[in-house]
Design a binder for this molecule. Structure first.
Ligand SMILES: [Zn+2]
Length: 296
């Protein structure tokens, strides 16, 4: 059984100074492609579900497929619920078989974020499930994101303003009061597709990592230049969330292929072949960049 919690994957990463990629996956084809790539590279991996993909009965379907594939994998696999804000939904995810959940109260006032996160950790920990929370605000685009959305902050600017970065004093209090297992920090990345190159605040990240008793997480990993990602890993980022980059690779190849085709009546498995290979290549590049290959 290769199924593990987020803590079990991130502890060796923090000790070994590498980072584990966390990929959002919407269906079994994507899940299998990500797992096969991780296995080929002997890398631990985190498979994440987006709330929009697992509403209603779809949570069970997503989990049935992912749990089956993860249990057969020869590398450690964590099944993580990405960016959830509804505590009842998170409890259902815990009951249903996720090994890790994220509660995102980052837009709420500090006290409310603490209160809700603690409610989630208390429930999840009694079920042996890890919890990630977020403090400080990573730029927007996660809800109803489309290709035309850009990485803008709520005030319309493109760079994460300093006051939305994670505050070190708040962070220490937050971790102590919530008993969270991993923390997503805001240090200058944003969700979605960048219109301008991001500028990460490495001094802040270094300061946060020194103070933090838990592994730190970076969201908005897609499109952040490789050198900046490498430096962030060196300064303590143990989990990097990636979605836009792999789905972009998938659809670009799909578009190219469909444009070449006259006869559209082909098997979906045939149509998916090239796009899934493009996705695998993007997954592979990220795993190697983060240094988690040959760690499993
Ligand atoms: Zn995120």
């Amino acid at each position: 059984m290769a199924l593990v919690t987020l803590s079990e994957i991130l502890k060796p990463a923090r000790d070994g100074h590498y980072c584990v990629a966390a990929f959002d996956t919407s269906n079994n084809d994507m899940t299998l492609a990500i797992l096969e790539t991780a296995e080929a590279l002997r890398s631990p991996v985190i498979l994440m579900a987006l709330c929009v993909d697992i509403e209603g009965d779809k949570m069970e379907y997503w989990l049935d497929g992912a749990r089956k594939m993860a249990s057969r994998a020869s590398v450690p696999v964590c099944l993580h619920l990405d960016h959830a804000t509804d505590t009842a939904f998170i409890k259902k995810a815990v009951d249903s078989g996720f090994t890790s959940v994220m509660y995102d109260g980052s837009v709420l006032p500090f006290a409310e974020n603490v209160k809700n996160t603690r409610e989630v950790t208390e429930y999840a920990h009694t079920h042996g499930v890890s919890v990630e929370a977020e403090l400080g605000h990573v730029g927007d685009g996660i809800v109803g994101r489309s290709e035309t959305d850009v990485k803008k902050n709520r005030d319309g600017t493109y760079d994460n303003p300093d006051d939305s970065l994670t505050n070190p004093d708040e962070m220490s209090a937050f971790i102590e009061e919530t008993n969270v297992d991993a923390l997503a920090v805001a240090v200058g990345t944003a969700h979605g597709v960048y219109v301008h190159e991001p500028r990460l605040h490495f001094d802040r990240l270094e300061q946060l990592n020194k103070l933090s008793s838990v592994p730190l997480v970076m969201h908005g990993g897609s499109g952040t230049p490789d050198e900046q990602v490498r430096e962030a890993v060196r300064l303590g980022i143990c989990k990097l969330n990636v979605f836009s980059e792999i789905i972009d690779a998938y659809y670009r190849e799909m578009k190219k292929q469909l444009n070449e085709m006259e006869n559209m009546a082909i098997w979906p498995s045939t149509a998916n072949l090239r796009p899934l290979n493009a996705l695998k290549e993007a997954v592979s590049k990220k795993i190697v960049l983060l240094g988690s290959d040959n760690r499993a």
